[in-house]
Design a protein around this ligand. Sequence first.
Ligand SMILES: *Cc1c(COP(=O)(O)O)cnc(C)c1O
Length: 416
Amino acid sequence: MDYKFLPTTDPQVLELLRAEEARQKSGLELIASENYASAAVLETMASVLNNKYSEGYPGKRYYAGNEVVDSVESLAIERAKKLFGANFVNVQALSGSPANLAVYFALVQPGDTILGLKLDHGGHLSHGHPINFTGKTYNFVQYGVNPVTGRVEMDEVERLAKEHKPKMIVAGFSAYSRDFDWVRFKQIADEIGALTFADIAHVAGLIAGKAIAGPIEAGFDVVTTTTHKTLRGPRGALIFSKDEEVAKKINRSVFPGLQGGPHEHVIAAIAVALGEALQPEFSEYAKKVIQNAQTLATQLIAKGFKIISDGTDNHLMVVDLQNKNVGGKEFTDALDRAGISASASTIPNDPNPPMKPSGVRLGTAAITTRGMGEAEMVKIAEWIDRVAQNFANEDELAKIKKEVSQLAVKFPVPGI
Ligand SMILES: *Cc1c(COP(=O)(O)O)cnc(C)c1O
């Protein structure tokens, strides 16, 4: 990045930014939730829109001077609706978790029963984990994956739905590599009169790129997503609603229910990212992300790695490390020393405690943004295998780090 003012104003912070740029450039990013926003998205976030208070919604603001902001937010809304084929959208939620809180706050009451995917089976904290606000406030019943197939079995979801009669069914995941059967979720919910809420934080970019099916076309009442994972925008969120009635409740829930002034510099950057995602190249990107994940999975399986559900339909995979005699934390620490970033992950029914999980989650969204393809996936699988065999051998890890860096610098990071 070009920094015009920091060199004189704050060299100390500049030095830190440069160090992070170097880290992002020389390493391989396999954290499934991460990606690189474009230079245009980064530039927009650094704009004067940061200076403006605009509590309210376009045309109905509490403070003066929001003519431009109204146009910016309306543009983000129009592009989000067009890209996802949605009827209504709120673009103000500050991130994925606050967006989910806004949905619950708008549509269910404390104590209401809700069905959600268990965290260690691939769900998210905000889908009812006991330590999360959602788990403490609502009566969550949790579904999981089948221990043999590693997949969510819809008959089991139906059985739980009929037994517990939840007011809402949450469908979505952070660490699950298979397509969700959105249509069947909606059918089950309709049979018991439950609201349908999908959280597509991880796969929104793949859905927007038409590489996989989404919940909006399946008729879900409400859908949330982050904007910074596969969608490749700034850190933010979108909340889609099917009906005007629900949309009004969501808007009131976000403001004044939970938040104050929206971050319009981020909303402008969301508009830019959505504009990028509306281009035909984005669809190519989404398909390439999945191809790369499938290549990486196939290569790892060939080297004896066990992948939950034996493969992937999206950008990620959870690797069960139990047959490799290395814990998830030990392994990701070793990968890090070899220049590869990944996140330790629980596996379904993990025999080890959450602080010592037995798996690692890998994703291809970021490396695909850098332009990597099949040849690089083969190379990356080899490095991952070497790290697994040498996780305590510092010399070997240092050697791998050098090789990783030599490959990585050939693929530019957008914005750097
Ligand atoms: C990442 C994620 C979130 C949370 O997003 P934040 O922006 O980190 O708050 C919510 N739901 C799911 C399914 C996610 O993967």
